[in-house]
Each structure stands twice: as structure tokens, then as C-alpha cells.
Design a protein around this ligand. Structure first.
Ligand code: WT7
Length: 652
């Protein structure tokens, strides 16, 4: 066994060193090299990011690296480029032309692959279809699709013509889809008839129809045929993509776009009832996702890289599509569920396709652990050389299981911390360089200056829990919240002036390693997906039986957190198991199955401050610990604690 282990005295955490066989071939091969380059990147960010920008191709070179600001942040000022050109055309000059860009397996086992040349051609055709249907530069295109190559092709087609994509995860309901269509002002939706999930058909087109029936904003729907289910096609609004592809030419010139031209909007949950449309730029985003993919995944020309995220999330944007393709990598994607037709599906895929880099979530790993190690043993996972984790804090024991049973103690693990808003990974090990500590996202990426501070913004000493902030702008920073500048400033830049506020709690150890403890706001992290308490609450109160609702996250052994809902009922309604199930179903209908509460509890009143604000903190504390330790003096109803303690949900 190559990896050495030792107990680090200052932190009492396990330290695992990158295997020397890995380091020898790695881009960054020692901690000294990382530290040297990191220091340089912090001392001279202009030089560092300027060099990083040379890794991509520009139509017009930029004049200034950055304006150095968090608000109205600009990077590579004066430059122009095309993101799709960088992910496709520039690879066509040499050997990568015939290299496989995408290898896809559907849930039913069918496979499809595209070389870079084939992918570039498809993207150009789809771009022409979009143009033919009236899509112009700066228009928003909603993409509501299963994980099939055509989804990625459509994203790149938008980028090619300067349209802004808004990918909506296929698990969202018609209502959630509509909300995102309306907020992003899109009039065109690209979808599929359906998608496969655990052998069932997800009725995507039917959901688009439902959304369209509630709004006249949707003028065009382009439909890929994926499952062959019967769907309704409205003449003049709905078009089969396969027919449209025949009507256009194969060439589409990529247009030169300003560095700051928005590449996409992606909605994520916050603390209000309304999801936020996070806006990302073209140049800053591309430069940083390309560089971070190369360094953090130590990409080699021959790798077959699999990130299990769906393109409906930021991980899918940055580390399925843009980062890897900008590097000319071969990516693997799989349409379906990890437990279909049986729980060894992922191992079978790794073995069959000879995956070398496997990037997944703690939730998935916890499910693998539950399903049992024996499912892995029948498969040859020796192609793997690097593992990654993202989306939620990973417990050290889960980390170690992943390291032993999947990586066979040969593969480093990169635990990557970042957010929809950060665009790319900001804290992570570099696999050939950084000694790993299971449970810690380890050290900052080049050019990134994170810190742990108190409410006043004072830096805290090692071991003290506080707010994770980033003290300096970086290229892939969000450029705003679509149509909501006030929230943009308030959420990220007002609580502690002069820095970016992440909303996460963390502490540092003596060696400067970051340990992320989770959200400190009313955002629940279910399976690595962010769900706002307020969004689930407004879904609950939209049910006729519910008067008021309060929603909190509670620890869950697989999903990290699960949703617990407290409700008070309107006159004439009584608590029952049926009503509890009906409320859960109602949330699924309003938002999507990812937001389904694990449990609903009925109460007579909810704890409120005298100004009427529901105190979720108390509900959470009571449900977790059965008692309250925090301050309750501002509570409107001081009897509340007794009442909630008596609340039982054993119905007649
Ligand atoms: C939130 C961001 C960014 C990828 C997917 C989620 C949590 C993310 C880690 C990690 C601990 C993590 C944070 C963060 N998170 N990665 N490695 N360790 N926590 O994106 O939906 O924007 O959520 O996910 O709480 O704020 P997102």
C-alpha cells in the first residue's frame, strides 16, 4: 500500500498522502509546488489569471484582467470570445478531432458516442434550428431535458449564437418550470417527449404543456424524441427537433461575444420563497472552470471522466459540460438512476467503459454503503485513478469507505467545495499535491482567498466556528441575480462588508485546512441539492387545508438532510395520516419530488417572534434535541414550548 497514513497531532484528524505513483505524473506534484503557486496567485492575481486566460482562444484579446470588484465585477475586460468555439472548434485542428467527446449510456443500456468533430457538427445544426425559430443573441432558451447528449448539444448551441440558456432540472414540476420560464423571460423551451428514470417515463413534454397552459409566454417548444411515448403536439407551437434538424445547413459561424456576455442563468434556492436566477459570464466563467477542471481533476489526454451530476445543476454546467469540453476531455454521461436495474449499475458502468475519474456526491456514496460492499466486488474498478465528491459535507467515515472500497486506497479523493454562485470549485485538494484529511475540503484553489470570520468580519483563530467568506473576487463569480440587484447586494455583500458571504459555516485548522459545517441560513441541503425552507413553506400553505407552515432540515443518514414540515390547519381540517401524505404529494406537485418532506407534524400554533416571524430555529432544536437552549424571550407565545412538546402525530 503506497499511501501513508498518520495521525496529525494538531488536529487529531487522519491525514492521507497522495500516492507517490499518482503524484509523479500529476500536474501539480507536491504541496511545496502548490504553496508556491498559490502564494504567487494571491500576490499577483493579474499575472496569474492573465496566464490562465491564455489557455483559451480569444477572438479579440482582453485589455485588463479585472476591475477588482465584487459588484459589477468584470474580467478580461475588452476581450471577445465564444464559449462553444472553445469547447469544440479549437479541438478540431489536431488529433482531438476524432477523439470521443461524449460517451453516453441510457438507462436501458443503449450507448451512443460523439467525437469532437461530430459534436461540433450537431451543435452547429441545432444552433441553426434555434436561429430559424427566432432565437437571437441575448434571448433566453429554457432547456428541460433528460441527461442525453442532445441536452449538452443544445446548451452549446445556445452558447454558439450568444443565446442564454436556462437549464431546468427534469425533476422539477410544471409549476416550478413555469416559474423559471417566467422569471427568465424565455419564450422558447427545448425538451424531450420524456426521459427514463428507474424504468418509468418522466413526462417532460406533458409538463411543458401544463406550464404553457398557465401562461401565454411560451411561444415555441422544440421536442426531441427520447422515449417514444405519445404526446400532444400543438401546430405552430410545438416542433419535432428531428424534423427541424433536416431543414437547416450544417455550418454555423460562432459569434464573437464580449467577455461579460451572460452565458447562462441557473436557478437556485435561497432564503426567500422565490428561486434566484444566478447569472454567469462567458470569459471569467470559462477561464476558471477550464483551469480548475484541469488542475483539480489532473486531466490527462487519455482520461475518461465521469461526473454523475445532472446538467440541471451547476455541477453539470461546470464539470460535466464546460470545464471538461474546454479541455478537450472525453466525458461519460449516464441517463438514469444508480439503482436501476440493480444497485451495482455504477460499478458496472465504470468497469464496462473503463472510467478513470469518478466525481460524485456524498449522498450517492452513503447509498452505496447502505447497499453493501459486496455489490462492488464483482467488478473491475482498476481503471479508476481519481475520485471526487461535491455538494455537501462528507462524513470522514463515508470518505474512508469511498477511499477503501471504490478507490482501493490507490486513488486520491478531491472533496470540492463550491456553490452555484461561485461557478467553479474554490476549495479542494489538488490530487497529486495536497495531503488529504477525510471530511475537510482542504485548501483554497489558486487565486482564492477564503476565511472564517465572526459577525463583524473579524478573522477567527483555528478551531473556531464562523462564517465562510471569500475576501477577493474571482473570475467565475456570479455576475448577479436575474432582475434582482437588491437581493444580489443584500445576500452576498451586505452582511459583512467588503467580502463575499457564502452562507456556509466553517472552521479552519492549524494547517489552514477548511472544514465546512453546512448552511447557516434557512437553506436545506437534500442530497446535495439546495432547497429553501420558504419555498417548501409556500408550497404547503398553497394547500387548502394549511393555515401556516414552517419547514426545517433535519439530519438524514443517506441524504445529508431531510425536510421536516410543521403545519397548522385551517378550520374544518383535522390531522390525519392521509392529510400528511396529501401534503407531501402537494409539495411534489408544486416543486418536484426532490422537495418531498420526509415528515409532516401538525401543531396548533407555530413559534413566532412578537413581530410575527416564525422561529424555525426553535422548531429545529426541539425536533433534534427535544428541548431549547437558545434565547426564547422574544417569543410571542411563551407557552409554545410546552405545546410543541405535547404535539403527537399518532392519529386515530
Ligand atoms: C452548497 C452549494 C457546488 C456544487 C453543488 C451544490 C454545500 C457544496 C460542498 C463540500 C461541504 C458543500 C455548501 C454550499 N457544499 N460542496 N464539498 N463540502 N459542503 O451547489 O446547490 O449551489 O449548493 O452546497 O453548503 O453552500 P449548490
Amino acid at each position: 500500500m503506497e499511501a501513508q497514513k498518520k495521525i496529525d497531532k494538531s488536529t487529531s484528524a487522519v491525514v492521507i498522502y497522495p500516492p507517490s505513483s499518482f503524484s509523479k505524473k500529476a500536474l501539480i506534484d507536491s504541496l511545496e509546488k502548490y504553496s508556491f503557486l498559490y502564494k504567487e496567485s494571491i500576490e499577483n492575481p493579474e499575472l496569474f489569471w492573465g496566464k490562465a486566460a491564455q489557455e483559451i482562444e480569444w477572438f479579440r484579446s482582453w485589455e485588463k484582467v479585472s476591475n477588482g470588484r465584487f459588484i459589477d465585477s468584470q474580467w478580461f475586460c475588452g476581450g471577445s470570445l465564444n464559449v462553444a468555439f472553445n469547447c469544440l472548434d479549437r479541438h478540431l485542428k489536431g488529433d482531438r478531432r476524432n477523439k470521443r467527446a461524449i460517451i453516453w449510456e441510457g438507462e436501458n443500456g443503449e450507448c451512443l458516442s460523439y467525437t469532437y468533430e461530430e459534436l461540433a457538427k450537431e451543435v452547429a445544426i441545432v444552433a441553426n434550428v434555434l436561429k430559424r425559430h427566432g432565437v437571437r443573441k441575448s434571448d433566453t432558451v429554457v432547456i428541460y431535458m433528460p441527461l442525453i447528449p442532445q441536452a449538452i448539444i443544445t446548451m452549446l448551441a445556445c452558447a454558439r449564437i450568444g443565446a442564454i440558456h436556462n437549464v431546468v432540472f427534469a425533476g422539477f414540476s410544471a409549476k416550478a418550470l413555469l416559474e423559471r420560464i417566467q422569471d427568465s423571460e424565455a419564450s422558447i423551451v427545448v425538451t424531450a417527449d420524456g426521459g427514463f428514470r428507474r424504468g418509468k417515463i418522466i413526462p417532460l413534454k406533458a409538463r411543458v404543456d401544463e406550464a404553457a397552459s398557465m401562461s401565454s409566454q411560451i411561444k415555441k417548444v422544440l421536442v426531441y424524441k427520447r422515449v417514444g411515448c405519445s404526446i400532444q403536439m400543438i401546430p405552430g407551437r410545438d416542433y419535432w427537433m428531428e424534423e427541424e434538424l433536416q431543414k437547416v445547413e450544417e455550418h454555423c459561424e460562432p459569434i464573437a461575444l464580449d467577455s461579460e456576455h451572460p452565458l447562462f442563468i441557473l436557478y437556485t434556492s435561497g432564503t426567500t420563497g422565490k428561486p434566484k436566477g444566478i447569472v454567469h459570464s462567458s470569459a471569467g466563467y470559462l477561464v476558471q472552470v477550464a483551469l480548475s477542471t484541469k488542475m483539480i481533476f489532473d486531466l490527462k489526454e487519455k482520461d475518461l471522466y465521469w461526473c454523475t451530476a445532472d446538467i440541471g445543476w451547476i455541477t453539470g454546467h461546470s464539470y460535466v459540460v464546460y470545464g471538461p469540453l474546454a479541455n478537450g476531455a472525453s466525458i461519460f454521461i449516464y441517463e438514469g438512476a444508480p439503482d436501476y436495474p440493480s444497485v451495482d449499475r455504477f460499478w458496472r458502468l465504470i468497469d464496462a467503459h473503463k472510467i478513470t475519474i469518478f466525481y460524485t456526491s456524498p449522498t450517492a456514496i452513503r447509498a452505496f454503503i447502505k447497499w453493501g460492499t459486496s455489490w462492488i466486488e464483482n467488478y473491475d474498478l482498476s481503471s479508476l485513478r481519481l475520485l471526487g465528491s461535491v455538494g455537501e459535507p462528507i462524513n470522514p467515515e463515508v470518505w474512508l469507505w469511498f477511499y477503501r472500497h471504490v478507490g482501493k486506497e490507490r486513488c486520491p479523493i478531491v472533496d470540492t467545495w463550491w456553490q452555484t454562485e461561485t461557478g467553479s470549485i474554490l476549495i479542494s485538494a489538488l490530487p497529486g499535491a495536497t495531503p488529504m484529511k477525510p471530511g475537510s475540503a482542504t485548501l483554497p484553489f489558486f487565486g482564492i482567498l477564503p476565511d472564517v470570520v465572526d459577525e463583524k468580519g473579524q478573522s477567527l483563530p483555528p478551531g473556531r466556528n464562523g462564517f465562510l467568506v471569500i475576501k477577493r473576487p474571482w473570475p467565475s463569480l456570479l455576475r448577479g441575480i436575474h432582475k434582482d440587484e437588491t437581493s444580489f447586494k443584500k445576500i452576498y455583500f451586505s452582511r459583512i462588508p467588503g467580502v463575499y458571504f457564502t452562507g456556509d459555516g466553517a472552521y479552519k485548522d492549524e494547517e489552514g485546512y477548511f472544514w465546512i459545517t453546512g448552511r447557516i441560513d434557512d437553506v436545506i441541503n437534500v442530497s446535495g441539492h439546495r432547497i429553501g425552507s420558504a419555498e417548501v413553506e409556500s408550497a404547503l400553505v398553497s394547500h387548502p387545508a394549511v393555515a401556516e407552515a414552517a419547514v426545517v432540515g433535519i439530519p438524514d443518514s443517506t441524504k445529508g438532510e431531510a425536510i421536516l414540515g410543521f403545519v397548522t390547519l385551517k378550520e374544518g381540517y383535522l390531522p390525519s395520516t392521509e392529510l400528511s401524505e396529501a401534503l407531501k404529494d402537494h409539495v411534489v406537485k408544486e416543486i418536484g419530488s426532490l422537495a418531498r418532506p420526509k415528515e409532516i407534524r401538525f401543531l396548533d400554533t407555530l413559534p413566532k417572534t412578537r413581530s410575527g416571524k416564525i422561529v424555525r430555529r426553535l422548531l429545529k432544536e426541539i425536533s433534534l434535541e427535544g428541548r431549547i437552549t437558545g434565547d426564547t424571550t422574544t417569543l410571542e407565545d411563551s407557552q409554545f414550548i410546552d405545546k410543541i412538546a405535547k404535539a403527537k402525530n399518532d392519529f386515530p
